[in-house]
Ligand binder design. Structure first.
Ligand code: 13P
Length: 244
């Protein structure tokens, strides 16, 4: 089983009820590959009703099933709301909330137990790249954030260089290829089905650069922020992936 192509949109803290019209437009398209939208938690249940074949996911979950954790959301709650996926360990969670690899791994275990597919994010800061630490950072985040229960069926990995997120800057094709080859080798060495785990690139993916990025070896799709908010932009990215 080869990794499945996945075009994933992370709406981050964007989206009100009116944004569901974008989902209607995406759901009405002939997409030609798997599509996932992760809206804010407030929109998960209504999004499912607008999504058609498009999968809906959360952007984070707590490692516990329930309890005294004001403001948090559990994996079981996401599942109950209609989500099939959850993004974990996004660099904005790691930076804004101090999330560690161990916490991300614990959240992933909880998500898998709840029956969710996890999209686990890794990626270096600009300072780490400048210091030549990129591959070490990715390897160490993979080792710490991806739990032993990960399989190709329940886990997707997104390589998102922190400095490429929302900046309009992207790594060179060779830099993306190097990171994805490392991830493929690392996962293949650790997991029996590691060769089949989907690997996404994320960070300033736009309609204008998507086709080139999807041509790179071991890039099985994208995790898209800003360009996933408009169905016209995201649709062009989906088409580029379907054709790749
Ligand atoms: P942008 O596509 O806006 O750079 O965001 C990428 C991202 O962080 C997706 O999770």
């Amino acid at each position: 089983m080869a990794p499945k192509k996945l075009a994933a949109g992370n709406w981050k803290m964007n989206g009100l009820t009116a944004s569901l019209a974008e989902l209607d437009a995406l759901a009405a398209r002939d997409n030609g590959c798997d599509v996932l939208i992760c809206p804010p938690a407030t929109l998960i249940t209504p999004a499912v009703a607008h999504a058609g074949e498009i999968a809906i996911g959360g952007q984070d979950c707590h490692a516990k099933d329930s309890g005294a954790h004001t403001g948090d959301i559990s994996a079981a709650m996401l599942k109950d709301a209609g989500a099939s996926h959850v993004i974990l360990g996004h660099s904005e969670r790691r930076a804004d909330h101090g999330e560690t690899d161990a916490q991300v791994s614990a959240k992933a275990v909880a998500a898998h137990q709840a029956g969710l597919v996890t999209v686990i994010c890794v990626g270096e800061t600009e300072a780490q790249r400048d210091a030549g630490e990129t591959l070490d950072v990715i390897a160490s985040q993979l080792a710490g954030s991806v739990p032993d229960c990960a399989t190709a069926a329940n886990t997707v990995i997104a390589y998102e260089p922190v400095w490429a997120i929302g900046t309009g800057r992207t790594p060179t094709n060779d830099q993306i290829a190097e990171a994805h080859a490392l991830m493929r080798d690392t996962l293949s060495a650790r997991f029996g089905d590691g060769a089949d785990v989907g690997l996404l690139y994320g960070g300033s993916v736009k309609p204008g650069n998507a086709a080139e990025i999807f041509d790179i070896a071991h890039v099985n799709g994208a995790l898209v922020g800003g360009a996933s908010l408009k169905a016209s932009d995201f649709g062009a990215i989906i088409d580029a992936l379907a054709k790749a």
